[in-house]
Design a protein around this ligand. Structure first.
Ligand code: FAD
Ligand code: GLY
Length: 383
């Protein structure tokens, strides 16, 4: 008889882990204080882009990002089959564009780094980039094409995970806040709720940007995670004649086209705590950055604006696996790559519970790294 497992947080990480565990027969209860999938998971752009977003300083993280990207096509297929909900996985690839000679120099540096890491990216002239995306501005002077950087509709993924988790026998309790993790003699006993206590000898903390705030965590196992705000907006393209089909990154914004014609424009990166306000300056810079790459957005209606909180860890890499407290497992700190890293996170935590240890690829990402040696990727390396 397998013992009850409790997951705190119903974002993409908690839901993916829950689905993997429930479908292999573990009794799992997932506790979410709001609606499942409405945190950073809902705010994200859905890019699965280990290459386009790779930067010098992130070499330690890259193998994990790439391994998860390699899992995504099957993950999406299995999720659609298990839930009956399409998640719009798209594999056209990503363009990173330069708008002037300075940008082109920076892009060339990034390209040399990517080639040095053996990443399959291609250098394009402005003319070649416009042949792929004819509506790109004439100011685009060069681009990197990254065919293996894909995208998915993260909001649909969250809905599909809720359904797949439930169909696999998982218990989802929304609007249920965990007010404390109960630990005695260095072992987890369960979680405290607004009303009552839920006993569990395994508790997985997947509360995203809020993970450090859960009461009851001893200081030495509190994950060093903070909110990193991102503002975004969406404009509506004609679905039958979208302006672009690839994801496009520029110096001041990225563009993510959805199947329904929405074009997501993201995202700011701000250290503002949990302040969720939309600002004129933030939205202005995104629109200007988008317009410089794709002037055709000029007349398009704005259909949505929002902000979310990336769970940023001290070294921008996720925190996965066991802690010094028996039964307490962490799955948090995914920063700008939580959608991309969902499959490998679920695989790693399932592996830990089923076999008693993390898979090799996830071993460098435990909480222990902050005490024992240099972090996986130096902080501040995010764009
Ligand atoms: P969340 O989705 O935030 O889920 C955590 C959940 O825990 C929340 O639902 C919250 O309500 C719940 N919770 C918190 N406290 C409690 C409690 N006490 N009790 C119960 N429940 C609790 N990543 C990519 O890979 N690609 C992208 O293109 C991308 N774009 C992004 C763009 C923006 C603007 C932002 C903000 C993020 C982006 N990310 C992207 C990052 C990605 O969204 C996150 O890394 C990922 O969603 C983290 O998932 P999570 O499940 O850890 O956290
Ligand atoms: N990965 C995109 C973002 O965090 O904005």
């Amino acid at each position: 008889m397998k013992e009850e497992i409790v997951i705190v947080g119903g974002g993409i990480c908690g839901l993916s882990i829950g689905w993997f565990l429930a479908r292999s027969g573990y009794p799992v209860t997932l506790l979410e204080r709001g609606g499942a999938g409405l945190g950073a998971t809902w705010a994200a752009a859905g890019m699965l882009a280990p290459h386009a977003e790779a930067e010098p300083g992130e070499e330690g993280l890259l193998p994990l990002l790439r391994a998860s990207r390699d899992m995504w096509a099957d993950f999406a297929r299995e999720l659609e089959a298990a839930s009956g909900i399409p998640v719009d996985y798209r594999d056209e690839g990503t363009l990173v564009v330069a708008l002037d000679r300075d940008d082109a120099e920076r892009l060339r540096f990034l390209y040399e780094f990517q080639r040095g890491q053996g990443l399959p990216t291609e250098w394009l002239s402005g003319y070649e980039a416009r042949r792929m995306e004819p509506h790109l501005s004439r100011s685009v002077v060069a681009a990197i094409y990254s065919p293996q950087d894909h995208q998915v509709d993260n909001r649909k993924v969250a809905r599909a995970l809720v359904e797949a988790f439930r169909r696999a026998g998982g218990r989802l309790r929304e609007h249920t806040e965990v007010t404390g993790i109960v630990i005695d003699e260095n072992r987890v006993l369960g979680v405290r709720l607004t009303r009552g206590f839920l006993e569990a000898r395994t508790v997985i903390l997947a509360a995203g940007a809020w993970s450090a705030q859960i009461p009851g965590l001893p200081e030495e196992v509190r994950p060093p995670v903070r909110p990193v705000k991102g503002q975004m907006l969406a404009v509506q393209m004609p679905p039958e004649a979208p302006l672009i089909r690839h994801v496009v990154w520029g110096p001041d914004a990225y563009l993510v086209p959805r199947r329904d014609g929405r074009l997501l424009i993201g995202a700011t990166v701000e250290e503002k705590g949990f302040d969720a306000s939309l600002t004129a300056g933030g939205i202005f810079r995104l629109l200007r950055g988008a317009w410089e790459m794709l002037p055709g957005i000029d007349e398009l209606p704005i259909v949505e604006m929002w902000a979310g909180f990336r769970p940023g860890s001290r070294d921008d890499a996720p925190i996965l696996g066991p802690t010094g407290v028996e039964g307490l497992i962490l799955a948090t700190g995914h920063y700008r790559n939580g959608i991309l890293l969902a499959p490998i996170t679920a695989y790693a935590i399932h592996h830990l519970i089923a076999r008693g240890e993390l898979p090799e690829i996830a071993k460098p990402f435990t909480l222990e790294r902050f005490r024992s040696r240099a972090p996986v990727a130096p902080s501040g390396s995010g764009r």
